[in-house]
Design a protein around this ligand. Structure first.
Ligand code: GDP
Ligand code: MG
Length: 426
């Protein structure tokens, strides 16, 4: 409810427009929020610039505060930048081979087991491959996880050549009728040329249908350089972001997506095999901006944009007037809202008058026929008298309403002439 109060009060202030100055300072705040959420500096800057360009071309919605509208624009743009819709890796009926790459400790082995479990539940027949040719302990880790999720694990030997590994995989796939091979690879703590070459070679031989880069969301800023290096040296087709159950703020998602342009398919949300979820760009956008109610706000803006479809001033009618009034009413009673505000000056309490005035206006409008509302010019003396009687008001009040409607329409016409199309002041 506090938000609604804020809306209502801001509207009372009558700030329908936003200056470029205000826009800039709001966007500065947003850039700060993005960087706080671990988004890479360069990425945050590029993103905010894009939003600014978009905002300048936008019409300001009367029923939202400028800050809210910008936030909602940012939220939408962020969702878009994170991929828009949720997407899944390509999966054919058979012959799927997915390559998992990433730095040591990013969560490759864990993710391989999680994916095996995830797709086994969906009726697939996965095969796990422990392809770390240098560390037996790494292979053992996958063997144990494979047992846990009930999926067979093929272990490569020390320094096994890729061609041999390929043959062994083909053999295991045929024997076990496996339709999804998940290859866990070796990692290093840092980007390492020798390792990159080894991985690139294994990839060339195995010809994976997907190459998933596993990124630790906790690394934040570093995600950008890691993603760039792996994409350049090995080529990735999609991303998995792990450890989002911790304090990670999700900025790594935007950075990684920005430099690779590749979809984020999954997120890791716990150490356990079931801790894998599909990635939803809109939820991540909320998380990054740290505002739970942004999705709701965006919906509200969308709904209003439909209602406020551009209309020429000369097309405005009392129907629009009535629609506006209903929108205001949706917020609840002004006096009720104001009463909830602590420390409000006494003289503002008598705004309860407004409630009654609004009710009378609505009564007048509802006493008209739709034809009269669409075409107020036909409202002659006898019609006005009928409306006053029907609404329990007076002819003077009906006249006053018609007069203010005409004034509003004239104002809209004048604005149309002088302002052109940009609703933001420039
Ligand atoms: P690898 O070196 O890339 O194979 O990384 P591991 O799979 O061995 O994971 C490294 C550590 O991160 C392990 O302790 C995992 O349990 C942990 N881990 C992996 N994914 C997640 C996750 O989504 N959430 C949490 N909390 N821990 C994870
Ligand atoms: Mg590992």
């Amino acid at each position: 409810l506090t938000k609604r109060i804020r809306d209502a009060v801001d509207r009372l202030r009558g700030r329908g427009r936003i200056s470029e100055e205000e826009l800039k300072s709001t966007l500065r705040e947003i850039r700060r929020a993005l960087i706080d959420a671990d988004v890479n500096l360069e990425v945050a800057r590029a993103f905010v610039q894009k939003v600014e360009a978009e905002a300048l071309g936008q019409k300001v919605l009367e029923s939202l505060t400028p800050a809210e509208q910008i936030l909602s624009l940012v939220y939408e743009a962020l969702t878009e930048a994170l991929g828009g819709e949720a997407s899944q890796p390509a999966l054919r009926s058979e012959g799927n081979l997915w390559f998992l790459v990433g730095l040591q400790g990013s969560g490759k082995t864990t993710t391989a087991a999680k994916l095996a479990r995830y797709y086994k539940e969906k009726g697939r027949r996965p095969l796990l491959v422990a392809a770390d040719t240098q560390r037996p302990a790494a292979r053992e880790q996958l063997r144990i996880l494979g047992e846990k999720v009930g999926v067979p694990v093929l272990e490569v030997a020390d320094r096994e050549p890729p061609e041999v590994t390929q043959r062994r995989i083909q053999e295991a796939v045929r024997q076990g009728a496996r339709d999804l091979v998940l290859v866990d690879t070796a990692g290093r703590l840092q980007i390492d040329e020798a390792l990159m070459e080894e991985l690139a070679r294994l990839k060339r031989v195995l010809q994976p249908t997907e190459t998933l880069l596993v990124l630790d969301a906790m690394t934040g800023q570093e995600a950008l350089s890691v993603a760039r290096a792996f994409d350049e040296k090995i080529g990735v087709s999609g991303l998995v972001l792990t450890k989002l159950d911790g304090d990670a703020r999700g900025g790594a998602a935007l950075s990684a997506r920005h430099v690779t342009g590749k979809p984020i398919y999954f997120v890791g949300v716990s150490e356990r095999p079931e801790g894998l979820e599909a990635f939803y760009p809109d939820r991540m956008a909320s998380r990054i901006l740290g505002m739970g109610d942004l999705a709701t706000l965006a919906e509200k803006v969308k709904a209003l944009q439909v209602e406020e479809a551009p209309k020429k001033a000369k097309e405005l009618s009392l129907e629009d007037f009535l629609a506006q009034l209903k929108q205001v009413k949706r917020l609840g009673s002004f006096s009720e809202l104001l009463a909830l505000l602590p420390g409000l000056p006494k003289e503002m309490r008598n705004l309860s008058v407004d409630d009654r005035a609004l009710a009378r206006l609505e009564a007048i409008l509802l006493s008209m026929t739709p034809e009269e509302r669409k075409n107020p010019r036909i409202l002659n003396g006898s019609r006005r008298k009928r409306i006053a009687r029907g609404s329990g008001t007076t002819v003077q009040e009906v006249n006053r309403l018609l007069k203010s409607f005409e004034e509003a329409r004239d104002l809209a016409k004048r604005l149309e002439k002088t302002k052109g199309r940009g609703f933001f002041r420039r």
